[in-house]
Design a protein around this ligand. Structure first.
Ligand SMILES: [Zn+2]
Length: 341
């Protein structure tokens, strides 16, 4: 399989994360990049760095002012007295608050959903490079059938104009829009990360040309809390083109694969010309922040089912955190996907 990655992914390395009110080492660490890359390398796959397609594919799904803010935020850090290694705020706009302050901290509160996405010296390089990997994988999947983008940081919690949940730019949405334009559409996104792909849902919620399907742990007591429920089915022209398949916490391979099959049936009914798989690996039983109990055999089963769908497919890395099973689950998924084609 063609694998797109960039060493720039290692340049965003946040240290701390406030999980349920308690500071812990940040789960979305730069070490994930090297571990996932080495797993792909040992699988005998064809690794390449992406070409630079610039900002246009990013702006195709993101607000241009938000993109400009991410690109220039670190250079503006002098606006905050006594700034340390990262820019972070604890003050966020609520839906009732509509003013758009020009200052750096105000802008950050406008453009972030939580405290998980600090901006550091290398953050823009990492998120920009990850987005380019998604673009390259989209193009390669259309040319050669399938490809994998090692995107880090991940992307599926990022909305058109906000970061959150470790995500800055929505790599899966960028890949999907790229494939929609190239094929004339429609296209579909199947998100199998343990967390609901709320940013992806938000970006395409009013559109019929990009079907969004997410299989995830029930959000009623789990991130992202405020979206991801089964009755969210799209709005306006997008009514009927969003499908959420939440599962009770602790669910294992059988219910997870059953939900995935329901998701694939929805994808097939949409008759897409291409598919993006938002490939989170944090549904794994031993993932440190996961909530499901999927085994390596479960990931193999998922790869076989998705591979057999036969669509041009861009696999885009989402979550999946440091544990012994992480590299094994990626290697097993990629090998089973290749074998199913
Ligand atoms: Zn996740």
């Amino acid at each position: 399989m063609r694998i797109f990655h960039t060493p720039d992914s290692g340049r965003h390395d946040p240290e701390r994360y406030l999980r349920r009110g308690t500071p812990i080492p940040h789960p979305e660490q730069a070490a994930r990049y090297a571990i996932l890359r080495d797993a792909a390398l040992q699988g005998g796959h064809d690794l390449a760095e992406p070409a630079d397609h610039g900002l246009d594919p990013i702006r195709a799904v993101h607000d241009p002012d938000y993109v400009a803010f991410l690109a220039e935020a670190w250079a503006r850090r002098g606006e905050i007295p006594d700034i340390g290694d990262e820019i972070l705020t604890g003050s966020f706009a609520r839906p009732q608050m509509h003013r758009r302050p020009a200052g750096l901290l105000g802008r950050l509160g406008l453009y972030t959903a939580d405290t998980s996405t600090p901006i550091r010296a290398g953050t823009w390089a990492a998120v920009y490079g990850s987005a380019q990997c998604a673009v390259a994988a989209a193009d390669a999947a259309l040319a050669a059938g399938h490809a994998y983008a090692l995107c880090r940081p991940p992307g599926h919690h990022a909305y058109a104009e906000s970061a959150g949940g470790f995500c800055f730019l929505n790599n899966s949405a960028i890949a999907a829009e790229r494939m929609r334009v190239a094929t004339g559409g429609p296209v579909a996104i199947l998100d199998i990360d343990v967390h609901h792909g709320n940013g992806t849902q938000g970006i395409f919620y009013a559109r019929a040309d990009v079907l969004t399907v997410s299989v995830h742990a029930d959000p009623s007591d789990y991130f992202p809390f405020f979206a991801g429920y089964a009755d969210e089915t799209g709005t306006g022209a997008g009514a009927g083109f969003n499908r959420n398949l939440p599962l009770p916490p602790g669910s294992g391979d059988a219910p997870w694969l059953e939900a995935l099959e329901a998701g694939l049936a929805a994808v097939a009914a949409h008759r897409p010309r291409a598919l993006v798989v938002a490939l989170g690996l944090d549904a794994a039983a031993d993932d440190p922040i996961g909530a499901l109990a999927v085994t390596r055999a479960g990931f193999v089963g998922a790869a076989e089912r998705i591979g057999r769908a036969g669509l041009p497919t861009a696999l885009v890395q989402e979550g999946g955190y440091l544990c012994a099973a992480l590299p094994d689950n990626l290697a097993a998924f990629l090998a089973a996907f290749d074998a199913a084609r």
